[in-house]
Design a binder for this molecule. Sequence first.
Ligand code: KMH
Ligand code: ZN
Length: 275
Amino acid sequence: MSKVIITAAISGAEVTQEMNPAVPYTVEEFVREAKSATEAGASIIHLHAREEDGTPTQGRERFKVLIDAIREACPTVIIQPSTGGATGMTSEERLQPTELNPEMASLDCGTLNFGGDEIFINTENMIIDFASRMKERGIKPELECFDKSHIDMAMRLVKKGYIDGPLHFNIVLGVNGGAAATPRDLLFLRHSLPPEATFTVSAMGRNQLPLNVMAMLLGGHPRTGFEDNLQYSRRVNARSNGELVARLARIAHELGLEVAAPDEAREILQLAPRR
Ligand code: KMH
Ligand code: ZN
């Protein structure tokens, strides 16, 4: 059986230190969180950048500073910048981290309501632009699908040649406006993927852990971290991203699954050689 790749989404764009003081804002805090996650078994860091005061940013320079600092502390980990950023950002703003030629980046495959009046906009032409930029630069897209129509959109763009295989999806569950964080929706979406694709599962809040476990049982990979969930248990904040990763690694071992090291994750996902 293939090994399990744990992704840690350490920062996100929506969560704040008021909600959990361990959410990283400063470079030191990002390094602390990335280190805790990788030492506990994460082989991918999904990265949203923040200014020192916590403001979400897709700025190229800020991403460079954060990636360099994380790389120094965690030399082998796969760093996967977000191109989703935060709602309201323009395409050009969101695409900036691709200029740094990361090994992977997220590629959001559809528009959705994002709670309240927020809309996370990803038109077909935007997705084509983002996919083309990633293809040009040899960046492996993680296809972020918040609902079934996003999978269909991704597969249309694969057919048209904008996205090349081997395909890797992230099924994101439980965002207001997207598919629900339930076993039924996960099964439906998992069976809507091409059977040979690899996939990660992200789920919001207290549904993170059970659906992460279900992902592993289905032959997929779990994503944990503060972007999706701040609590270790009901009303108890996680002290670090590492604490969430460590629990998943323990459960994987109990299930008889091995946790992939970063180079093993590169092999499973067939990433281009590191630059
Ligand atoms: N923060 C959301 C608006 C991604 O990283 O690609 C978008 C998001 C998806 O988190
Ligand atoms: Zn994200």
